[in-house]
Design a protein around this ligand. Structure first.
Ligand SMILES: Cc1cc2nc3c(=O)[nH]c(=O)nc-3n(C[C@H](O)[C@H](O)[C@H](O)COP(=O)(O)OP(=O)(O)OC[C@H]3O[C@@H](n4cnc5c(N)ncnc54)[C@H](O)[C@@H]3O)c2cc1C
Length: 372
């Protein structure tokens, strides 16, 4: 049974956000910015955010040549451009929001490596023409001299470099978003697994399971940001090496149409991907690791990325990405006062801020009018 204080102060909200990932925290921050008098409460199932936002690779990127070329063919040029513009806008908004805070942002640039010829290399001018409208300069330049500088294998046939890419520390980023949300007056409850919801005449009743039992919250509007209703889940497996005495490689790297990605992380290498080895097996929300993908990551590490060193792998983990056929996230009102926002297609660092803004607007404005 709840006390007066609990009912009066803790269990009521104007807006309830489910999930404290990049989208959930961004939505909560936007809700308070758009509606400063609203009580905004976030319910997170983990003791800390326990989704893709704390399990990703920390690339602040908008696309590699082979991926962009592939999108131009499959989505069409306009749709591909729209996706890229959204990532670019989202990254700028994220960096502006976190301005002055330590999110471990480094701008060493990014590269795509090719072991064999790829069709996109014949169309680099076309891709650069498209990207000029977005970044305002030449995005991709051939830079094979960097292969030796980075200490990578001579089996790499081509390296295309872009200065328009960075990396960040995903833990520090989430801490920064958490702090910004708290400073804006957002209340975050962790260890609160939402297990049920019911539409009432004056809003929603949302039940969460915690270690001390169940609590029912009452909210005018609900925004669900759980990354759980994605069209197609895709597991991403990641490994991180021990620190190396010397690591010439700096920045972020893409390989095999983005199915593999690696970066410097201080003096370590972080490497992930391999989902394309077995799409069926990797279409899962399980955090388990699989032997074939782990083996493929290690082989790429020891033969192509660090051919002269053999560091121990110190960290291994998996996370879930949400994919859609259009490569666009879904932000929808799915009931009265109920919004769902999910499906960043492996680019949540880039577009999570934008998705959060859209979700908050959809929660607050109905037919152009703001809820009170
Ligand atoms: C291995 C990997 C590498 C990636 N690398 C990059 C990268 O380099 N750059 C990039 O831009 N993107 C990357 N991504 C994608 C990016 O991490 C995601 O797009 C983004 O984090 C999604 O954010 P989200 O808020 O939608 O979901 P999440 O971060 O998953 O947040 C959802 C939250 O909801 C909570 N939750 C779920 N169910 C409930 C419930 N019932 N009750 C309460 N809380 C609940 C979860 O605990 C979680 O904290 C990567 C993803 C993975 C998995």
């Amino acid at each position: 049974m709840n006390s007066f204080w609990e009912t009066d102060h803790f269990l009521g909200a104007d807006a309830l956000v489910i999930g404290a990932g990049i989208i959930g925290l961004s939505t909560a921050i936007e809700l308070r910015e758009l509606h400063p008098t609203w009580r905004v409460v976030v319910l997170e199932r983990g003791l800390l955010p326990t989704g893709a936002s704390t399990r990703n690779a920390g690339f602040a990127c908008i696309g590699s040549p082979s991926e962009i070329w592939c999108d131009m063919q499959t989505l069409g040029v306009d749709a591909a451009l729209e996706v890229i513009q959204r990532r670019w806008k989202g990254l700028r908004a994220l960096r502006a929001r976190c301005g002055g805070r330590d999110i471990g942002y480094e701008e060493h640039g990014g590269s795509e490596i090719f072991l064999q010829h790829h069709e996109s290399l014949d169309h680099l001018d076309e891709i650069n023409d498209l990207m000029r409208d977005v970044v305002g300069g030449t995005m991709f330049v051939p830079a094979n001299e960097r292969i030796a500088t980075y200490g990578m294998s001579a089996s790499i046939a081509t390296l295309i470099y872009t200065p328009y890419e960075g990396t960040l520390h995903s833990g520090k980023l989430m801490q920064a978003l958490w702090s910004i949300a708290a400073e804006r007056g957002v209340v975050i409850h962790t260890g609160a697994m939402v297990t049920g919801k019911e539409l009432l005449t004056d809003g929603w009743s949302v039940t969460a399971q915690g270690i001390m039992g169940e609590r029912t919250f009452h909210a005018g509007v609900v925004v669900e940001c759980t990354n759980a209703v994605m069209e197609t889940p895709g597991r991403g497996q990641v490994i991180v090496t021990e620190p190396l005495a010397s690591l010439p490689l700096r920045g972020s790297f893409h390989y095999d149409e983005g199915y593999y990605y690696f970066r410097s992380l201080g003096n370590r290498v972080l490497l992930g991907g391999g989902r394309n080895l077995d799409f069926d097996a990797e279409r899962t929300t399980s955090f388990d690791l699989t032997e074939p993908v782990q083996r493929a990551l290690e082989e790429l590490l020891y033969t192509v990325i660090l051919p002269t060193q053999r560091p121990r792998i110190e960290h291994r983990w998996a996370g879930t990405m949400g994919f859609s056929a259009t490569k666009q996230p879904r932000v929808e009102r799915t009931g009265p006062g109920y919004v769902q926002a999910f499906g960043c297609n492996g680019m949540g660092v880039a577009i999570g801020t934008e998705v959060g803004r859209q979700a908050a607007e959809l929660a607050i404005f109905v037919d152009g009018n703001s809820r009170t």
